[in-house]
Write a protein that binds this ligand. Structure first.
Ligand code: GLV
Length: 300
């Protein structure tokens, strides 16, 4: 089976992917876009990581687009994507575990005030604050999918009361008012874009914190900065941004109440993700059901 590997990934990283995929599926011919364009009609599947718009258009015989990314928002924004070709997103247990670790780190740091201790160290200040119990720090997880579920399951044994919210869960403002840490893991779709805006932040409890592990497009940056500047929100831990890398002049870089990660909360794990891809390519070859197909209309 001919498979094209396409996307916005450095050449060295593609070598790692190619080796991992070849090990997981020795029977597949893994081609670069240049190689694949020599006989574009023979390519049956595309394994992609945010391919450039139009990148898949030449491959008119495609029967599966397999994303290496969990979020397919950038893929779906490509208006030239061949219509009707099934798209599978990445559901990688190792990646979900990494996401749960990041959420746990952020929640622990917010709950115990470790970010404040870091600031005091830099200021040469020796001062303790009140120590609180995890059971007194309610956490709201936005998103009930693979990631949201993994995060909730990881936090609960640590004593945090966790509520999860999805788009069918009813009104959000009362929940925002009742929780101290809000962790966003929603998919980015037309209905969730800009959801975290001034109204959302106003509904959050005073002195609460946002942890955004979803997409930058969920947040209205100016509204978040206003809520932090006003002291209504105590902290924001941000992994994802409208433009990545985040431009040097953006206020998030230096804001004292912002902790940033470079879209590193959960990277796709080459080994386990390659096994997921191989299983789907074999299912395609054997006419079996493909796992983790997305609904293009719904957007995830
Ligand atoms: C990362 O953000 C992903 O969607 O895999």
């Amino acid at each position: 089976m001919k498979v094209v590997l396409a996307g916005d990934i450095a050449a060295a990283e593609w070598q790692v992917w190619r080796a991992a995929l070849a090990a997981a599926m020795p029977e597949a011919a893994l081609l670069t876009p240049d190689e694949a364009r020599r006989a574009p009609g023979d390519v049956l599947a595309a394994v992609v990581a945010n391919p450039p718009p139009g990148g898949l258009a030449p491959f008119h015989g495609l029967r599966l687009i397999q994303s290496l990314w969990a979020g397919v928002d950038r893929l779906l924004a490509d208006t030239t994507l061949p219509p009707g070709v099934p798209i599978a997103r990445m559901v990688d247990p190792a990646m979900s575990a990494a996401m749960a670790e990041t959420a746990l780190w952020a929640t622990l740091a917010l709950h115990r005030g470790f970010f404040a201790y870091q600031r005091r160290q830099r200021a040469g200040e020796w001062r303790q604050h009140r120590q609180r119990r995890a059971e007194d720090v309610p956490v709201l997880v936005l998103g009930r999918g693979e990631m949201g579920g993994a995060v909730a399951e990881r936090l609960r044994p640590h004593g945090y009361p966790v509520t999860t919210w999805g788009r069918d869960s009813g009104p959000l403002p009362p929940l925002l008012a009742a929780h101290e840490v809000v962790i966003n893991l929603l998919p980015l779709t037309d209905t969730t874009r800009g959801l975290l805006d001034a109204r959302f932040f106003a509904a959050m409890r005073a002195q609460s914190a946002l942890v955004n592990l979803g997409r930058g497009g969920h947040v209205v940056d100016a509204d978040l900065l206003a809520a932090l500047d006003a002291g209504h929100l105590r902290h924001a831990v941000l992994d994802v941004f409208h433009v990545e890398p985040l431009p040097a002049a953006h206020r998030f870089w230096t804001h004292p109440s912002v902790k940033m990660l470079p879209h590193a909360a959960a990277l796709t794990d080459h080994r386990s993700a390659s096994a997921v891809v191989a299983a789907n390519l074999r299912a395609l070859r054997d006419g079996k059901p493909i796992a983790h197909l997305i609904d293009r209309g719904r957007g995830y």
